[in-house]
Every structure is written in structure tokens, then in C-alpha cells.
Design a protein around this ligand. Structure first.
Ligand code: PLP
Length: 384
């Protein structure tokens, strides 16, 4: 079934077009890469990296994903509605005194501290049911997770382990996107020795980048996020993932600016030649970060007009961006022409780099003003 939202509605906002077929293709590619012995989950925290958890989860479930990771129980509740049969883990763990949020939506906390584990065990005891949960062991991130000694103590604490159902041992790589970083191997070894304390319990170490570090890192469950949404999991190599999110803006104004004039706030960029400036209707309030603009001293990001790259000219405003379209034929850029600011030509990683950030922050910051359209199919081919 083609899936499209409000496509008939008249809009004057920028467009955010989300390709669910590309999302499904990316999950299948990762699932293939993780192989037979390893389940490929999907991390859908922060509203599926800003792209819409409900639509993303339905599409991912249809392509075969059965396990989902979110950050909070509130996110978990929304994912539960989209995947009634799915397994849902909450990476932020079990918040104090809010066990009912997990029980109501059948969410599994990823427990990362002895006190938290004791609370969860007690909560399960009060319900009279050993509810499932994962345990996070720290292997060098020092953010969440049990120390090795704490993991060892837990593994010997039969009473606590009898009160809840331990169903996954998790850790997280801090440098998975740098295949040459020695910390990866160190974390791998630390994870193995911690997981050995819980024989027979499925293990999960890898995020998107970790999957590309090789089979040793796969274990029984992989947890990709950014690669599903088209971000490059191996930054030094060609991006193997399909583009999922495309940001488009409409040209609302065109003008000729003589040489020696400045364009935009701060008079930061000066014309060196007779310049044709096209102003488009998306700005930093839409998550097109102010740092992607250009100044006389520093180039910025690009836009694409039908595949032809044109530079951003001057600073990014809240609601507008100026483009230098001098080099394009006049009839190619007119009022009402749509340009790509991020998508198949100007990749999310390229825009993120111009903004001195990463694809993750760019996607999750895309903002509420866009007219969002979902294209592609959410149906499983096997069902049709
Ligand atoms: C966000 C997150 C992931 C997904 O990471 P990506 O780099 O987006 O693939 C996996 N595991 C944990 C613990 C996370 O917080």
C-alpha cells in the first residue's frame, strides 16, 4: 500500500520527504550483513532520529525487524502502539518509581546500575512476575552500565536474578566509527569476559558502525540506528546506505546583486562578480544549522538544483537561506523552483560536516515546520 500523508494539503513550508522503502532496504542490508546467528534490531529513539517513529517502526516491522530500542518509556509507549508484537528495550534504563510505565506497555529496561537492578527486582516481586530486562555492562564508555566487579556480583546473586528475567547483556562502543581505534578491541574483550558471567544469555554490542567492524562484534543481537536512516556508518569510506531523508526548499525570491555588495546578516559574504541570488524558505529554525552558511573567509554547504550544486551565500537566517545561482541558466531557477538542501545529492553527512556536527544531530534537529511526506511502501513483500 503506498503510504503518503496529507499530500493534497497546500503548504508554504519546506519539505521533509522520508523514503520508507529506503529505510526498509537499509534494514535488510544490515540484517544480511549481521548474518544468520545474529538478530538485527532497530534503534528508533528520539522519534526514529527525528524522522517519525510511528511510520519508521511500521515500515521496519514489515521488513522483518522485531526488536526495537528507545531512550525513554514515553518513546516506548508510542513504539508499542506501532508494533504490538515487537520486543522493546528502553536504553535509559528503569527510572525510579516508574515501573508501571514499563509494565503497561511491556517495555524491557536496559538496567545499568546495581541500585536500579535491585529496584527492578523489587518491582517485579511486588507484581509477582519476573518481568524481562536487559543488563548493561560498561566496557569503557563510563556513561551507563555495571563495572566488571558489579557484573560479577550480580552473576552470583541468585536471589536477585530469580526475581526478574535477564534476557540480554548489552554494552556500547565508544569509537565504533573509527575502525583503527584500539579501544574497539579492548571493549570487545571486556564485553566477552563480562558476558561470560551470564552463560546462555544473548549478547549485544554493536551499533551501526560496530556492525562494520566485523563478525566478532555481532554476537546475538545488533542495534543499528543511524545507518537505517541513511547516515554513513563508516565515515572514511563510501556510504553503503540508501538515502532516507530529503530536505527541500522553495525559491521565494530572486535578485541580481552587483559586485562589492554584501548578502545577509553580518554582511559576512561579499559579491565578487554580478551575482544572482536565490532566496529559499528554510533556515536554522528548520535545523539547517547556522554554521552551514558561508562567509568571505569560509565556504559553506551546497544546495542542489536538479543535481547541479550551488553554494550557500552568506549566513543562514532563521527562515531563509541565500544561494548563489549565477552559474546556472536563468530558466533553471525561478520563483517556485524546489532545491535540495539535504538528500541524495547533498548527503546528510556532508551537511553535518559543514555544520561541524554529525548526521545524528542534524537529523534529530530537523524541526517541526516542514511539511513531512512519507513515500514508499510499508508492506512486507512476503505478504503480497
Ligand atoms: C543510539 C544507540 C545505538 C544506535 O547507535 P547508531 O550509532 O545510531 O547506530 C545503539 N546502542 C545504544 C546503547 C545507543 O544509545
Amino acid at each position: 500500500m503506498p503510504y503518503q500523508s496529507d499530500s493534497q494539503e497546500v503548504s508554504c513550508a519546506g519539505r521533509l520527504i522520508i523514503d520508507l522503502t529506503a529505510l526498509q532496504k537499509n534494514w535488510r542490508q544490515l540484517n544480511e550483513r549481521t548474518g544468520n546467528g545474529c538478530e538485527c534490531a532497530a534503534v528508533v529513539k528520539a522519534n526514529a532520529y527525528g524522522l517519525g517513529a510511528e511510520e519508521a517502526v511500521k515500515a521496519l516491522y514489515a521488513s522483518g525487524a522485531r526488536t526495537f530500542f528507545v531512550a525513554t518509556p514515553e518513546e516506548g509507549r508510542l513504539v508499542r502502539a506501532a508494533a504490538p508484537q515487537g520486543t522493546i528495550y528502553v536504553l535509559g534504563g528503569a527510572y525510579s518509581d516508574r515501573g508501571h510505565l514499563y509494565a503497561e506497555s511491556s517495555l524491557r529496561p536496559v538496567l545499568g546500575h546495581p541500585d536500579e537492578i535491585a529496584e527492578w527486582a523489587q518491582f517485579c516481586e511486588s507484581l509477582g512476575t519476573p518481568l524481562p530486562a536487559a543488563v548493561h555492562v560498561d566496557t569503557g564508555m563510563n556513561r551507563l552500565g555495571l563495572t566488571h566487579a558489579e557484573a560479577r556480583d550480580l552473576s552470583r546473586d541468585e536471589e536477585t536474578l530469580s526475581k526478574f528475567k535477564l534476557c540480554l547483556v548489552v554494552s556500547h562502543l565508544s569509537c565504533g566509527d573509527d575502525a583503527t581505534h584500539p579501544k574497539n578491541q579492548a571493549q570487545l574483550e571486556a564485553f566477552r569476559s563480562a558476558a561470560d558471567l551470564f552463560p546462555g544469555i544473548p549478547r549485544s554490542l554493536s551499533n551501526s558502525s560496530g556492525i562494520f567492524l566485523g563478525e566478532d562484534y555481532h554476537f546475538e543481537l545488533a542495534r543499528p540506528g543511524i545507518a537505517l536512516y541513511g547516515g554513513n556508518p563508516i565515515p572514511t569510506r563510501h556510504n553503503p546506505m540508501a538515502c532516507v531523508a530529503r530536505v527541500e526548499a522553495e525559491v521565494i525570491h530572486l535578485r541580481h546583486v552587483p559586485p562589492g555588495e554584501t548578502v545577509g546578516y553580518g554582511a559576512a559574504r561579499t559579491t565578487k562578480r554580478p551575482t544572482r541570488i536565490a532566496t529559499v524558505n528554510v533556515g536554522y529554525a528548520d535545523g539547517m544549522h547556522r554554521l552551514i552558511g558561508s562567509t568571505d573567509g569560509q565556504d559553506g554547504s551546497y544546495a542542489s538544483v536538479n543535481g547541479a550544486r550551488v553554494p550557500l551565500f552568506g549566513r543562514v537566517s532563521m527562515d531563509m537561506i541565500a544561494l548563489d545561482v549565477t552559474d546556472l541558466p536563468a530558466n533553471m531557477v525561478q520563483r517556485g523552483t524546489w532545491v535540495e538542501l539535504m538528500g541524495p545529492t547533498i548527503s546528510v553527512d556532508e551537511v553535518a560536516e559543514s555544520a561541524h556536527t554529525i548526521s545524528y544531530e542534524l537529523l534529530t534537529g530537523l524541526g517541526a515546520r516542514y511539511k513531512r511526506t512519507y513515500i514508499g511502501s510499508v508492506q512486507d513483500e512476503e505478504d503480497t
